[in-house]
Design a protein around this ligand. Structure first.
Ligand SMILES: [Zn+2]
Ligand SMILES: [Zn+2]
Ligand SMILES: [Zn+2]
Length: 184
């Protein structure tokens, strides 16, 4: 008997969503207005389910709801925004619980902090150990994540020349997305 589909297959459903779950799509893309966003959400949840199971970690209701709130749209959200969007259903919940959950997902590489916005965004590249570059639209606030190996390599080169040890290779690039005056 084939086991029930528990959403553990990372190759499933990657094409339909904006999250680019397929392996080699490393470029940054802003989500187009009409896309199968339900697939984005289910991809993200399936991926975190699989990762938690693989590492024997628990996707508690709080954690799950934080991730759901974060992937509900493609904009980075602050912990306060996220806390506001969650129906805590009688559980004790607020920014503290949200921060705790966000840290959990950050450690797993499923959530990134956008320092310049003091906000968080769900990862849209499901491969391990990626150096991320974020294109941040200063108009609509959306963010597109890229994971370009060439950029990562150049950062490594720069750092080596300076005798510098890189701890966080994340780059945030500000500008306008295609919907706000960038080019298509
Ligand atoms: Zn989407
Ligand atoms: Zn990422
Ligand atoms: Zn924009």
């Amino acid at each position: 008997m084939a086991p029930a589909n528990k959403g553990a297959d990372p190759d499933q459903g990657g094409e339909k969503s904006q999250n680019g779950a397929s392996g080699e799509a490393q470029g940054a893309r802003f989500p187009v207005a009409r896309h199968d966003h339900a697939a984005c959400v289910s991809d993200a949840l399936a991926h975190s389910d699989a990762l938690c199971r693989e590492r024997s970690l628990r996707l508690t209701p709080n954690r799950r709801q934080v991730l759901e709130a974060l992937v509900a749209d493609h904009k980075p959200l602050s912990a306060y925004d996220i806390a506001d969007r969650i129906d805590w259903q009688g559980r004790r919940g607020g920014p503290v619980q949200v921060y705790r959950a966000l840290r959990f997902f950050e450690d797993l590489g499923l959530v990134h902090r956008i320092e310049s916005l003091n906000a968080f965004v769900a990862c849209s590249h499901y491969e391990e150990d990626h150096g991320a570059q974020f294109l941040v639209c200063t108009d609509c606030g959306r963010v597109a994540e890229a994971s370009d190996r060439g950029v990562k390599r150049e950062i490594g080169k720069l750092a080596r020349q300076a005798g510098f040890e890189v701890h966080d290779p994340v780059i945030e690039i500000r500008g306008l997305c295609p919907d706000c005056g960038g080019t298509r």
